[in-house]
Design a protein around this ligand. Structure first.
Ligand SMILES: *Cc1c(COP(=O)(O)O)cnc(C)c1O
Length: 356
């Protein structure tokens, strides 16, 4: 008998999604860098992305790229988070290219690549407003000049990333400003910029609108390929599977209870003072999974008539009053996950991962 909670990963559905996304990107002159970090770089997922037309695999963690290499993958890799100076050798060993914003780090990459006899491409990140990684536009030429002079690495492109920290929405205008930085660098330094890495799943809305300006050469896409949603409003992208990943948890208690706690109300386990709506007595089920394993806010039951009420560290509470079956301990409930629920499930050692 399988044990729960279990995350089921359907690689055929991921390959299908990758095929559609890579086709959409190709239609606007871009290639797909498939991003597998939401599933801890699971090699089966990365390979499904490649089978579906991704031309490289990107990940923010060097551990994940190493695991991918050790699984036998010989294709192109991209490190998404700027390399840590303490881990430069690993970076050039396991990543063919990296996104960078610090010229000193790039000098370390150059030394390591020369020493290890490896080729390594450097992409300079430009901060176009999200205020996470990247240099400001006014510093782009100066930093690009420094990076392009570093021996041992190839300065091959520029990139940007939005909608991750500041919630800034990628638009055609944002992509055009990246292209204007490209032009200024090319004109000032007299070197060609081959790669323009325009963004992530949050850029899919612009892709769907057919509004990507010519000159962007690639997008780094994880969420849309894995979960089927775009990264701004988390709306489904037509034609994509939304259930390539499912989380199955096991019922450990079922009972009729009031919908509002009784007694004096103070803080919950996480310091919040909870508020409840009185719906009368309802049948609720406790499932053996909690905030250590998932984010209840982005977890959606597949079955109608079941709703997530909330979770503590180890208990997931569901309203099952309207479920089409009588649930008992030992029964299971299946959910689709949003990005944060997936991330937590994948990184929880308590959640089994099954690829099928
Ligand atoms: C995570 C990440 C991506 C992929 O993000 P998705 O929203 O999963 O598509 C792309 N680029 C960078 C720099 C990232 O950190």
């Amino acid at each position: 008998m399988p044990s729960y909670p279990t995350l089921f990963i359907d690689t055929r559905k991921i390959a299908h999604n990758a095929r559609l996304v890579s086709g959409m990107l190709a239609g606007q002159g871009m290639r797909l860098v498939g991003v597998a970090k939401a599933v801890m770089g699971h090699p089966a997922v990365a390979k499904a992305m490649i089978a579906g037309g991704a031309s490289a695999i990107g990940d923010s963690r060097i551990e994940n790229l190493r695991k991918l290499r050790e699984s036998g993958y010989t294709g192109e890799t991209l490190l998404l988070r700027a390399p840590s100076p303490s881990r430069i050798d690993e970076t050039v060993r396991f990543a063919d290219a990296s996104l960078n914003s610090d010229a000193g780090t790039v000098r370390l990459l150059g030394e390591a690549a020369s020493k290890l006899g490896k080729r390594h491409e450097v992409i300079l990140m430009i901060d176009t407003g999200d205020l996470r990684e990247g240099v400001m536009e006014e510093d782009a030429v100066r930093v690009a000049r420094e990076m392009s002079k570093v021996p041992g690495v190839e300065f091959s492109g520029i990139g940007t990333n939005l909608a991750c920290f500041g919630g800034v929405i990628p638009t055609r205008v944002k992509m055009e400003s990246l292209l204007s930085v490209k032009k200024v660098i090319e004109d000032s330094l007299g070197i060609p910029i081959r790669r323009v890495s325009g963004g992530n799943s949050a850029n899919m809305r612009v892709v769907m609108a057919g509004d990507v300006p010519p000159g962007i050469t690639e997008l780094r896409v994880g969420e849309t390929v894995i979960l089927g949603t775009e990264g701004v409003g988390r709306e489904p992208v037509p034609g994509l599977h939304l259930d390539a990943i499912t989380l199955v948890a096991e019922v450990i208690e079922v009972g009729k209870k009031p919908s509002v706690p009784f007694g004096q109300i103070g803080q919950d386990a996480f310091g919040a003072v909870p508020v409840f709506v009185d719906k009368g007595r309802r049948t609720r089920a406790i499932l053996a999974a909690g905030r250590q394993d998932l984010d209840p806010d982005t977890l959606k039951p597949v079955e109608s008539g079941i709703a997530v009420i909330g979770a503590s560290s180890d208990h997931l509470l569901c309203d099952v009053e309207d479920a089409g079956r009588q649930l008992r301990p030992g029964d299971t409930v299946t959910f689709v996950t949003g990005y944060s629920a997936l991330l937590r499930a994948v990184t929880s050692p308590f959640v089994e991962k099954v690829v099928r």
